[in-house]
Design a protein around this ligand. Structure first.
Ligand code: FE
Length: 247
């Protein structure tokens, strides 16, 4: 477990080493405020068992009140049923994906504990402080949200900022980190316009740390600003492609 932020009543921590085998490395983030916990993008079945154990030894299980799903991918949502069965948490997911999640085996009994997030986003109270679900559609999923925590000033960017193949958990040198992000962003993010919309949105937020769901975290204001500038400078998805698909 790595701590991103800590004050008397508020804590932001993450796990980066619970993935195994052929599964893509994924981070699981927690926001804890006054004894209440929100888990962000908890992951699939194999991660579920380990994460539940890791969380349970550190925080009261009955304090797990919120589960956030940034989008519908299996590395995020596959264990939704287990989390809802083993906690009394409420979960949150883009309204676009609500009718798809039953395919992951979400039981009818717990389905109504999943709140659809409207396209414009929403705020949720964690402990005594609000956490904001920021729209980030097409980054990369068509119904996609990020989380902004105004206490720690951490922006949780989901798949945006993902790095693959780097061995370190925290970025120190931005320039040498680009090689681990470039391919993912060019192929998984569908259109440059979505990147520009995100840049215009997050420049209105006060961000100290950017924490993606895969790979390394940007731990300072300076590195977070460099990341936002980099996103503003790249081209991705269909904008890199020709007029037809190769046959
Ligand atoms: Fe994804």
């Amino acid at each position: 477990m790595i701590t991103l932020f800590e004050s008397e009543n508020h804590k932001n921590v993450w796990f980066n080493d619970l993935s195994s085998g052929h599964m893509v490395q994924a981070n699981q983030h927690l926001i804890v405020d006054n004894g209440e916990t929100m888990i962000l993008d908890p992951g699939g079945h194999k991660v579920h068992t380990k994460l539940y154990a890791e969380v349970a030894v550190r925080f009261p299980v009955n304090g797990i009140k919120h589960i956030f799903f940034s989008h519908q991918d299996p590395d995020i949502i596959a264990a939704a049923n287990g989390w809802l069965m083993m906690t009394d948490a409420d979960a949150y997911l883009s309204a676009l994906w609500m009718r798809f999640i039953p395919h992951f085996g979400v039981d009818e009994l717990v389905q109504d504990r999943i709140t659809p997030i409207p396209d414009e986003g929403m705020s949720v109270q964690v402990g005594q402080n609000p956490v904001k679900f920021v729209p980030a559609h097409f980054l990369h999923s068509s119904g996609n949200f990020q989380v902004y925590d105004p206490i720690s000033k951490v922006l949780y960017t989901g798949d945006l900022g993902a790095s693959l193949g780097n061995s370190y958990p925290v970025v120190e040198d931005f320039e040498s980190h680009i090689q681990y992000m470039e391919g993912f962003h060019q192929r998984y993010i569908p259109t440059t316009k979505a990147l520009k919309m995100w840049v215009n949105t997050v420049r209105q937020l006060d961000v100290d740390i950017i924490a993606p769901q895969h790979g390394a975290v940007f731990p300072t204001r300076e590195l977070s600003a460099k990341f936002i500038d980099w996103i503003d400078s790249i081209t991705c998805g269909v904008d890199l492609m020709g007029d037809s698909f190769p046959l």
